[in-house]
Design a protein around this ligand. Sequence first.
Ligand SMILES: [Fe+2]
Ligand SMILES: [Fe+2]
Length: 359
Amino acid sequence: MAPKPLPEAICRESYDAALYAGTVSGGARELGLPRQTVEYRYREGVRRFGWKDVLAEDGATTPHQPRFTPPDLADNLEDIEAWLDRRETEFARKKAASSAREWMEFTITETAPFGLVFVGDPHGDDDGCDISLLRRHVALIEQTQGLFAIGMGDWVNAWAGRLERLYGEQTTTKAQGWRFAEWLLGKEFWLLMLLGNHDLWLGAGSPLRWMSRGHAVMADWQARFQVRCGDQVWRIWAAHDFPGSSVWNRLHAPGKRAALTGHDADLLIAAHRHCFGLAEQQDEHTGKVSWLARAKGYKVSDAYAANLGYGQAQDRGHSIVAVCDPFTGRMTCFSDVEEAARYLTWLRRPRVRVPAVAA
Ligand SMILES: [Fe+2]
Ligand SMILES: [Fe+2]
């Protein structure tokens, strides 16, 4: 009759003892068993259970390392419960900040016609920026009663990374560019300022973020807002650009956004591509009127665009102006700031309202 195989626990006891002592003999002494018994059980463990054979040819294992007590070290990571609590608070704060900016409302305190000038990309430190036109428009906004401004972004070139070499191709230095930005952003007519791709290259530490503090709302890339005056409210979606493009239609991107969001805004306006377009449309099913626009900006001479074959003959639409009348609820958009300023001034003229006399 074949002998009964040894249980695994018996083999494990001898295997561990040999391993701990460093030799089979040492293990046998630890257990108080004959050397041959311990070696047999060790070999059985290796053969039947696939344990690693660590015995050297002379029957010795690697020498056993002495035991030690590790130091009691403080954890350099935050306690998990404290981390979870902190993240919860941070997320709640970010969510509240984001919600507050959804269709944020500006209120014009005087009930009278007013205009919103959507100032296209200035690129003020670029040699191709039409500075005299920009200065004329800035002066017009300052001097015309009822005009406010929304900056569409790309205030300065702010070349960053590999593009920093382009400072060598313009006559205005980086420092002078910031001086220009300080001059423009310091105007009191700003309601809202967007940051375009050039501005966002500067990240969270952008000087523009500090220049805007205290007198205007600043938003990365886009903002959805409404302007209230008297009993009327106009909804506006302004973005440095919307997704999508078409060589046939400069207003494709804002038009697509309007169609996909149920014409939820009275005006959808973009900039960024340095070309202009403006259109009024009315949905044939709902009757909802909305304007689509793209402001050209002031970088009217662009070597990069010329190299790509884009035309540069547009001489209007550098900024787009939306004139709003709280007495009729109408919004009328213009591609010419001077024309819009004249219309607004005419609309705001003192009027004597004579009640109709019954016949
Ligand atoms: Fe841009
Ligand atoms: Fe731009």
